[in-house]
Design a protein around this ligand. Structure first.
Ligand SMILES: Nc1nc2c(ncn2[C@@H]2O[C@H](COP(=O)(O)OP(=O)(O)OP(=O)(O)O)[C@@H](O)[C@H]2O)c(=O)[nH]1
Ligand SMILES: [Mg+2]
Length: 463
């Protein structure tokens, strides 16, 4: 359902990140926003200035002492061409924590309410400026860790997914209309068989499109959260040293004591456009040390969860039973095997490594050799065998959307099975209707309040 702009109360929040900066922005939205700021603003009359103008002046606390709170620039944007479709005032104040808070408090004392996380975007949705999948794109855009992720989010904000979903819904409606005709005018000869055939073909086609969308989900997740990449190996082979090489900083503690890394350490890093969520793990071995044991268990869990495994071997030693166990444990994972410490004489039995050559990379973390080859291999794996930028036009980037697509797909599956069993079209149409409803939840054409609250709570305050 699309709602007309409703008169909600006026909300305010600090929209810039907390902390010290050159400027900070306090955003106010709602029908009383302009009048409310005008009460404490000394400068041009904000209720009279043209829309989308920025106005210089001072904020005055009208209390007993009439103190000047700050020298500010105030942007006035009148409905409906604003982020929320309501009147918006943005106060650009000096970016100190104390100043910004005082400005916010002053605005709140004039009758605005502190906005909840994501409430500005929620209003944009409630007032019909963007749909639910676009709201989620706003959040993804803020969270984007790489240029590729940003592009995907921007596409979705532009409504690319919504357009596909809306078209599919329309096709379902057309199909349902056809069934209605069939029911209302049964005297049409053969209408029933035509409708069954049509329904089969159309349902199949829509299901195919849903499948294609669902296939983009895995890629979308990687773009958003990074490729979950676990660096594993037995103790002391140089895992933490390699992490530091990829990060270009000494983040992880490196010592010559086996069992140095105890806790799983993770970092986001952008390697040639590939978003990696790198996880340095404790060296895997049997141990009686309580703390190390926990570390080893966590390593094993990280290994299970990983999209990609970087298995590190020490090239200057012979293969050990531990190495062989890890080679066997990771053989079904997407993996790259790093032969580290190649600056030392090579003792590893390469001929006993029964793995494709392309997945073997020689490195030396101390000499910083091989990191380029590793970066190239990661990019190749990612762009040639995984996500490619050409597929980014429409992408499902979010688990909620994927699950709804999945449910719509399964409803259509039920339709097809019903038809196969010879059920009359007016019975199977119930599942067509369900598919239509699931798809509607993606864009928010169908929504319930609880879901919406959950969704917008994930936003930051001020957005
Ligand atoms: N010669 C040489 N030494 C290395 C290389 N990489 C790491 N080392 C050394 O090997 C030792 C162990 O390195 P770490 O990076 O702590 O190894 P780790 O695999 O993280 O070890 P744990 O955390 O104990 O599992 C340190 O003394 C490093 O300086 C390398 O390529 N060549
Ligand atoms: Mg380590």
């Amino acid at each position: 359902m699309s709602l007309m702009t409703t008169d909600y109360d006026t909300i305010a929040a600090i929209s810039t990140p907390p902390g010290v900066g050159g400027i900070a922005i306090v955003r106010v939205s709602g029908s009383t926003a302009i009048a409310l700021v005008e009460k404490v603003f000394s400068g041009p009359d904000l209720t009279k200035v043209a829309t989308h103008t920025i106005n210089y002046g001072h904020l005055i606390d009208a209390g007993a002492h009439r103190e000047t709170v700050d020298e500010v620039m105030v942007t006035v944007m009148r409905a409906p061409q604003t982020y929320t479709k309501e009147d918006i005032v943005e106060i650009n104040c000096h970016g100190g924590i104390e100043v910004t808070n005082q400005v916010l408090q002053l605005v709140l004392r004039q009758g605005a309410r502190l906005a909840e996380p994501g409430e500005f975007t929620k209003r944009a949705f409630l007032n019909g400026r963007i749909d639910l999948s676009q709201s989620e794109a706003v959040m993804d855009l803020i969270d984007a860790k790489t240029a590729t992720a940003q592009k995907a989010a921007l596409n979705q904000l532009d409504g690319s997914l919504s357009r596909v979903v809306k078209r599919l819904r329309q096709e379902l409606v057309d199909l349902l209309a056809n069934v209605e005709v069939n029911i209302d005018y049964p005297e049409y000869d053969g209408a029933e068989t035509v409708t069954t055939k049509l329904m089969q073909t159309k349902t199949n086609k829509i299901m195919q499109e849903l499948d294609e969308l669902l296939q983009t989900e895995q890629q979308g997740k990687i773009l958003r959260d990074g490729l979950e990449t676990a660096i594993v190996g037995r103790p002391n082979v140089g895992k933490s040293s390699l992490l530091n090489c990829l990060l270009h900083e000494n983040k992880a503690i490196v010592t010559d004591v086996p069992g140095t890394t105890r806790d799983v350490l993770d970092e986001y890093v952008n390697v040639r456009g590939v978003p990696l969520h790198l996880i340095d793990t404790a060296g895997i071995r049997k141990t009686d040390n309580q703390v190390e044991k926990i570390g080893v268990d966590r390593s094993k869990a990280a290994l299970k969860k990983a999209d990609l495994v970087l298995l590190v071997l020490n090239a200057s030693e012979k293969l050990t039973a531990g190495d062989r166990e890890l080679l066997a444990a990771t053989q079904d994972s997407k993996r790259i095997i790093l032969l580290n410490k190649t600056d030392l004489p090579e003792l590893i039995e390469l001929d006993q490594l029964d793995v494709p050559k392309a997945t073997l990379i020689k490195t030396s973390a101390v000499a910083e050799n091989g990191t380029r080859a590793l970066e190239a291999a990661l990019a190749k794996l990612f762009f040639e065998e995984g996500v490619t930028s050409t597929q980014l036009d429409v992408m499902v980037t979010n688990a909620r959307q994927a699950s709804l697509l999945e449910q719509a797909r399964s409803a259509l599956q039920t339709v097809l099975e019903g038809l196969k069993q010879g059920l009359p079209v007016d019975i199977v149409q119930i599942d067509l209707q369900r598919a239509w409803e699931f798809l509607g939840e993606i864009t928010g054409d169908n929504y319930d309040d609880e879901l919406m609250d959950q969704l917008f709570k994930k936003f930051c305050i001020g957005k």
